[in-house]
Design a protein around this ligand. Structure first.
Ligand code: PGA
Length: 252
């Protein structure tokens, strides 16, 4: 399975800066054995697509989607609209949305299913808070979030969804989750996927780690069994730093 690295710019870079980032990143030496995507704000998708031209690396990702293709849903963006930009992945249920916008497990499930149906790969973010972690509830929280998120997903015979384990306490904190602990969390996620889709499907499911990943620690994650790549926030904002990180994720 190829390592997958997804940049998550969060609410950074409007169209002008997004275009410049893509052009600068394209000048980086990019590893062939790593799949790379960049999750940009909706308003910057057109500029990012234009700067990419015919190039397909990095793949384009969105940070959110609604679950209906069109209608009276002011302010929302549908999977069909995202497809017009050639979006291949879309983040779903990032903890910042769960916390700041009240995104529930039910909404996450609907978004993931709608994206899968449209052919965009949902990247479903799950993870426990610091308080839950301290209470020893990590596995319980993960089982709940993952089983809810996959409730409406279909087994199309091929892997059409990705998970990102992002412990909330590790995001933007400079305190990454030790790789061995991430490994255990990934095993929990995989076991829930296996219950619904079978062991073989679960084995092929890409599960990323996210939370304070940088060019120095990426190597530890991608060499840990069951960790198939990373979702990268802060360390993706500078195209050169992100290029370095992608090269450091290359299998040796
Ligand atoms: P971080 O963010 O790399 O800045 O910790 C990761 C994320 O929230 O996806």
């Amino acid at each position: 399975m190829k390592t997958l690295i997804i940049a998550n710019w969060k609410m950074h870079y409007g169209p002008i800066k997004a275009g410049a980032w893509i052009r600068a990143f394209r000048r980086e030496r990019l590893p062939k054995d790593v799949d790379i995507a960049v999750a940009v704000p909706h308003v910057s998708l057109a500029a990012a697509r234009a700067s990419l031209g015919r190039a397909s690396i990095p793949a384009l990702a969105a940070q959110n989607s609604f679950w209906i293709d069109d209608g009276a849903y002011t302010g929302e963006t549908s999977p069909a609209m995202l497809l017009e930009f050639g979006v291949q992945y879309c983040l779903v249920g990032h903890s910042e949305r769960r916390k700041n916008l009240g995104e529930t497990d039910d909404m996450v499930a609907k978004k993931a299913a709608a994206l899968q149906k449209s052919g965009i790969i949902p990247v479903i973010c799950v993870g426990e808070t610091e308080a839950q972690n301290k209470k020893g509830e990590t596995n319980k929280v993960l089982r709940q979030q993952v089983s809810a998120a996959i409730a409406d997903l279909k087994d199309g015979g091929k892997v059409s969804f990705v998970f990102a384990y992002e412990p909330v306490w590790a995001i933007g904190s400079g305190k990454p989750c030790p790789a061995q602990r991430a490994k255990e969390a990934h095993e929990t996620i995989r076991s829930v996927v296996a219950k619904k889709f079978g062991a073989a499907h679960a084995q092929e499911t890409i599960i990323l780690y996210g939370g304070s990943v940088d060019a120095r620690n990426i190597g530890e994650y991608v060499t840990t069994t069951g960790v198939n790549g990373a979702l990268v926030g802060g360390a993706s904002l500078d195209p050169r730093v992100f290029g370095l990180l992608c090269r450091a994720a290359m299998p040796t």
